[in-house]
Design a protein around this ligand. Structure first.
Ligand code: NAD
Length: 260
């Protein structure tokens, strides 16, 4: 179990981050959930996970496009719970357009949120982990951290960067009870993805099952989405003692995408 451990999950008020936060809380960790908003429902979400799991859960607003906010998130987590043992860098955004039309401000935002944030949060958390002699950093990369698709230049560059950063973090902490790895999901059924299904059904004039299998999961040989629970379970495994010698590597959860 993760009893007594403190976990920070960036970008965790929806989708994969929320799934990870729920699984870590179920396994007994105290969890800080995060996004850039500061609405009553964000804090209610933390209270709900706490009620559901019996673990302490709090919401801390911080904008992962700001290096200062990234570092402050880790400091606030330590102030609230006394340490940061598990850091999951999950916040991420996407923009799809060919390079010559790609808005430079979109490029900058994607590099900042999807890549730079992991550098800043890791820099803030590593001294705490070294002092404790134990730590886990799990970076949520993507199948696009290992392969590419057209029109996703910033996302693919950022996710390849996250895989590289994970390796360097692993080397700098090797033998100190700290590990750092990247999880590379294929298509995961999040509310964001779910919302695209009706449009795709209309565009392709297909039923739900066909559009999922033939259009959305065309590159995922299993023709099945991964679930947010499965990503959460993979994070929990990387936090376990069984995974203490797994560091500086990637774990694909992609139904065979990168085997093709
Ligand atoms: P999502 O949009 O549901 O979740 C993204 C989260 O990041 C949200 O909680 C959002 O509030 C937060 N966020 C966005 N900008 C932020 C900012 N500036 N500061 C703080 N938080 C911010 O998307 P998701 O599908 O759950 O994606 C989560 C991660 O998983 C991303 O890094 C994404 O690249 C990666 N991923 C997703 C899939 C997929 O199929 N859904 C596949 C591979 C990788």
């Amino acid at each position: 179990t993760l009893n007594g451990k403190v976990a920070v999950v960036t970008g965790s008020n929806s989708g994969i981050g929320l799934g990870i936060a729920q699984v870590l809380a179920e396994r007994g960790a105290k969890v800080v959930i995060n996004s850039f908003t500061d609405r009553p429902e964000d804090h209610q979400l933390a209270a709900q996970i706490a009620t559901d799991t019996g673990s302490e859960v709090t919401y801390v607003a911080a904008d992962m496009s700001s290096g200062d906010d990234c570092r402050a998130l880790v400091e606030k987590a330590k102030a609230r719970f006394g340490s940061v043992d598990i850091l999951v860098n999950n916040a991420g955004i996407q923009h799809v357009e060919r390079i010559e039309d790609f808005p430079p401000e979109k490029w900058d935002a994607i590099i900042a949120i999807n890549l730079n944030s992991a550098f800043h949060t890791s820099a803030a958390a590593l001294p705490m982990m070294r002092a404790a002699g134990w730590g886990r950093i799990v970076n949520i990369a993507s199948a696009h951290g290992l392969t590419a698709s057209p029109f996703k230049s910033a996302y693919v560059a950022a996710k390849h960067g996250v895989v590289g950063l994970s390796k360097v973090t692993a080397l700098e902490t090797a033998g100190e009870g700290i590990t750092c790895n990247a999880i590379c999901p294929g298509y995961v059924l999040t509310p964001l993805v779910e919302a695209q299904i009706p449009d795709q059904m209309k565009t392709h004039n297909m039923d739900r099952e066909t559009v999922i299998r033939e259009v959305m999961l065309a590159r995922q040989p299993s023709r099945q989405f991964a679930t947010t629970d499965q990503i959460g379970g993979t994070v929990a495994f990387l936090c376990s003692e069984d995974a203490a010698q797994i560091t500086g590597t990637t774990i694909s959860v992609d139904g065979g995408w990168t085997a093709l």
